[in-house]
Ligand binder design. Structure first.
Ligand SMILES: Nc1ncnc2c1ncn2[C@@H]1O[C@H](COP(=O)(O)OP(=O)(O)OP(=O)(O)O)[C@@H](O)[C@H]1O
Length: 348
């Protein structure tokens, strides 16, 4: 094989085009002109709307699917020239559609990750066992090690699959939506774990996700795949500043809120309200008002409808001559919904 590691990133692609050969039809091109690099220590999140080709790209980079054009190199060697065992020593892959079922315990599934390193008998040595235990611990799956896979939840099985990839001890990890089955705290934990692993162990980790907020907060670099099969890469904050994130996910339903770094639904009405208050009560009142269709304005414009939060637990509403007081956010929202005319754009 003759690997040439000098001046080569652990994984790089040159003029890569990914997609599908469809019998009797022209090739289905998903993305093209991809000149990509994964560098050690970087945690990269791949983002893009449904169906743009995130899974296709990950499978192709992993050597599980042939490119339509171009080439992929792992530490200077063409993926297409590597056999399965050589690839498995360099790249581990976690796919969402491959959660294991059957009569194994968690430990045995993670132990399969050692396959590229064990002899033909598959016997586990002390170093293999140490690595398996480390991998289980790294993703918080030690309590699942002795449980039957068939009895685990989807989220628990997903943790086992990530531990298996870690046990494989590769310097490149490719994960397709590994947070899909996890609740929010577990998603945050997993993203942090993977980011820390990338940094500490100098791994290249590429992960596809729909969790834009979490990706913006934890990735060192984003790969943004657009509907036109174009891929833009950069630091999350830079891509946000350049408007690339807003463009990639542009839709009739949502607007990119550059200040909050998140998308928000279009307001359904144009009624304006001024809001005064402090702390968390202010933040959550603003969100509730936006959700029910108000445009919340700060100082400057003074609409007829005004809300002042007193002491984080009393909401004072004034509208023309009317004065109302509410002692919870729920009752304020209910009051406004009942009070307001149904049609957009009308005043109270
Ligand atoms: N086996 C296949 N043959 C032909 N086209 C396919 C095949 N698998 C997927 N596609 C198409 O390739 C495109 C990219 O699919 P892919 O699953 O990579 O998207 P994705 O970005 O991962 O989507 P999602 O966010 O919904 O998971 C889609 O248009 C899909 O319909």
């Amino acid at each position: 094989m003759g690997a040439k590691t000098e001046n080569h990133a652990p994984l790089e692609s040159e003029d890569l085009a990914v997609g599908y050969h469809v019998k009797g039809q022209p090739d289905r091109l998903v993305a093209k002109d991809l000149n990509l690099q994964l560098v050690p220590g970087e945690f990269v999140c791949l983002l893009g709307p449904n169906g743009v080709g995130k899974s296709t790209l990950i499978r192709t980079l992993a050597g599980m699917q042939d490119p339509l054009r171009g080439c992929i190199q792992i530490s200077g060697s063409k993926v297409s020239d590597m056999n399965a065992k050589e690839r498995a020593r360099s790249v581990s892959v976690v796919l969402t559609d491959s959660l294991p079922h059957g009569m194994f315990d968690g430990y045995s599934v993670v132990a399969l990750g050692r396959h590229p390193h064990t002899s033909w008998t598959g016997g586990l040595g002390a170093e293999d066992k140490r690595k398996i235990n480390w991998a289980l611990e790294a993703v918080g799956a030690t309590p699942l090690a002795r449980r039957q896979i068939s009895e685990l939840s989807d989220g628990e099985r997903q943790k086992i699959m990530i531990a298996r990839a870690l046990a494989q001890e590769t310097n490149i990890m490719l994960l397709d939506e590994p947070t899909a089955f996890l609740d929010l705290p577990r998603r945050v934990e997993l993203m942090r774990t993977l980011r820390d692993l990338a940094r500490k162990e100098r791994l290249c980790i590429l992960l596809s996700t729909h969790d834009l907020d979490l990706a913006l907060r934890s990735a060192d670099r984003l790969w943004l795949l657009t509907g036109e099969g174009r891929l833009t890469t950069g630091m999350p904050e830079e891509l946000a500043l350049q408007g690339e994130i807003a463009r990639t996910f542009a839709s009739d339903e949502v607007d990119w809120d550059a200040e909050q770094g998140a998308f928000r639904m279009h307001p359904e009405t144009c009624s304006m309200v001024s809001l005064e208050g402090t702390g968390h009560a202010l933040v959550w009142t603003r969100r509730a008002l936006t959700r029910i269709g108000y445009e919340v304005v700060e100082n400057g414009q003074i609409p007829e409808l005004r809300i002042r939060i007193e002491g984080e637990s009393r909401w004072m509403v004034s509208y023309k001559e009317t004065r109302l007081s509410f002692d919870s956010l729920g009752s304020l929202v209910e009051g406004l919904l009942n009070f307001r005319p149904a049609k957009a754009g009308k005043t109270l």
